[in-house]
Design a protein around this ligand. Structure first.
Ligand code: APR
Ligand code: PHB
Length: 390
């Protein structure tokens, strides 16, 4: 079998890249290890930056995002028992949308199916070869276990942090930057209306908590927990009472409880690999970098990467390799901005178990300054709403 671009992974990065290439007239095949239902249902984060919204709209896959996504013009920093609103739209002129990543994945899968674009689910034993030549190849087993080879002109490694593309690059080529945090997030999806119209990022001495949502009937909540803790230690009762303590305010606020539909634990890490390419293999999204979820940047960065990559590959296949050569440098500028922003939001909001009184006072001072200075709030809002694409 032959295609122009073999794309490994059907997350937001792989699916969007495939669709963008299709619009440029470039053929691609997406290979995904999980089955179709699993990919459509996997619960992930849910904030779309303005540049992401505009791109999805521009390419014609933003219809459901516009109809069902929830536009937000601000969010709350909650600390000292009170809300301090960051007025994103007033400060930056931009709006974000709360729309689950899995909904974007569904919209992209539907767009592929409507146009007959190839996505192979449930493949296994994926192996890359000849990435340092002009004709690389991907060997894999299809859903029926039949061994296949996909010959191509380029490979896009969109297979997430635990994928095989990054480890297929010979050792010594990549430089990685890594930071683990002494906490994880316990995320829950609850069948209950949101308790507040906007997102609440709460800093509390017992740990960070986040109130988010998916629809007028679904609330998404997160708690900072010890990374060594297991899901079994968190009964629904314990989750609700911990959320209530951390989200408490002196003003009128009551947390609406409801049945918990989904629970999961996400470790918190920052990770970047440089460069994001090797020969004809190009890494995009979580395969190349991870941010802690506090800044809501993970999916948005994946979108920004593949926007550049689709153009770089299109020109490469037409004989101009200039953009492909600068793909990594172009992406890494935005990646490091998002790395810094995500680290800053994470450090400002979480309770670090190793922090001393001095650090705790600094943290509170940073929160109070951000909430009271228009300049500081604008900087936060500008990064949160998404800096313009390059
Ligand atoms: N072969 C084929 N597919 C693979 C393989 C493999 N060896 N390994 C992993 N995959 C698939 C995964 O099953 C997943 O569907 O690659 C896909 C990677 O998708 P994501 O993890 O969603 O990564 P990405 O598309 O880069 O999107 C980044 O997703 O993880 C969140 O927070 C992150 O929001 C960010 C976004
Ligand atoms: C979510 O709704 O899942 C969400 C929102 C904001 C974040 C992270 C996750 O910073």
């Amino acid at each position: 079998m032959r295609t122009q671009v073999a794309i490994i992974g059907a997350g937001p990065a792989g699916l969007l890249l495939s669709y963008l290439l299709h619009l440029e007239g470039v053929d691609a095949v997406v290979l995904e290890s999980r089955d179709r239902e699993y990919v459509r249902k996997r619960v992930r984060a849910g904030v779309c930056e303005q540049p992401t919204i505009e791109l999805l709209r521009e390419i014609g896959v933003g219809r459901r995002l516009d109809a069902e996504g929830m536009p937000h013009e601000g969010f709350s920093l909650r600390f000292d028992g009170a809300d301090h609103r960051i007025a994103i739209t007033e400060l930056t002129g931009k709006t974000i949308a709360v729309y689950g990543q899995q909904e974007i994945v569904k919209d992209l899968i539907d767009a592929h199916e409507e146009r007959g674009l190839p996505v192979e689910f449930a493949v296994s034993s994926v192996e890359l070869s000849d990435m340092d030549t002009a004709s690389p190849a991907v060997r894999y087993r299809d859903a029926d276990g039949v061994e296949r080879t996909l010959e191509c002109d380029a490979i896009a490694g969109c297979d997430g942090f635990h994928g095989i593309c990054r480890p297929s690059i010979p050792s010594g080529v990549l430089h990685t930057f890594d930071r683990e945090y002494p906490f994880a997030w316990l995320g829950v999806m609850a069948e209950t209306p949101p308790s507040h119209e906007e997102l609440i990022y709460a800093h509390h001495e017992r740990g960070f908590a986040l109130h988010s949502m998916r629809s007028p009937e679904l609330t998404r909540l997160y708690l900072q927990i010890d990374p060594a803790e297991e899901l079994a230690a968190w009964s629904d009762d314990r989750i609700w009472s911990e959320l209530a303590v951390r989200l408490e305010t002196s003003a009128d606020f009551s947390l609406k409880e409801g049945p918990i539909l989904d629970k999961s634990i996400t470790p918190m890490r920052s990770f970047v690999t440089e460069p994001m390419s090797y020969g004809r293999l190009f890494l995009a999204g979580d395969a190349a970098h991870i941010v802690p979820p506090t800044g809501a940047k993970g999916m948005n960065l994946a979108v920004a990467d593949v926007r550049v990559l689709s153009r770089a590959l299109t020109s490469l296949l037409r004989g101009d390799s200039m953009l492909a050569e600068s793909y990594s440098d172009i992406c890494l500028r935005r990646v490091w901005r998002a790395e810094h922003f995500s680290w800053y939001m994470t450090s400002m909001l979480h309770a670090d178990p190793a922090a001393d009184d001095f650090q705790r006072r600094l943290q509170l001072s940073q929160l109070r300054y951000t909430a009271s200075s228009r300049a500081a709030a604008t900087s936060l809002a500008e990064n949160y709403a998404g800096l313009p694409f390059e």
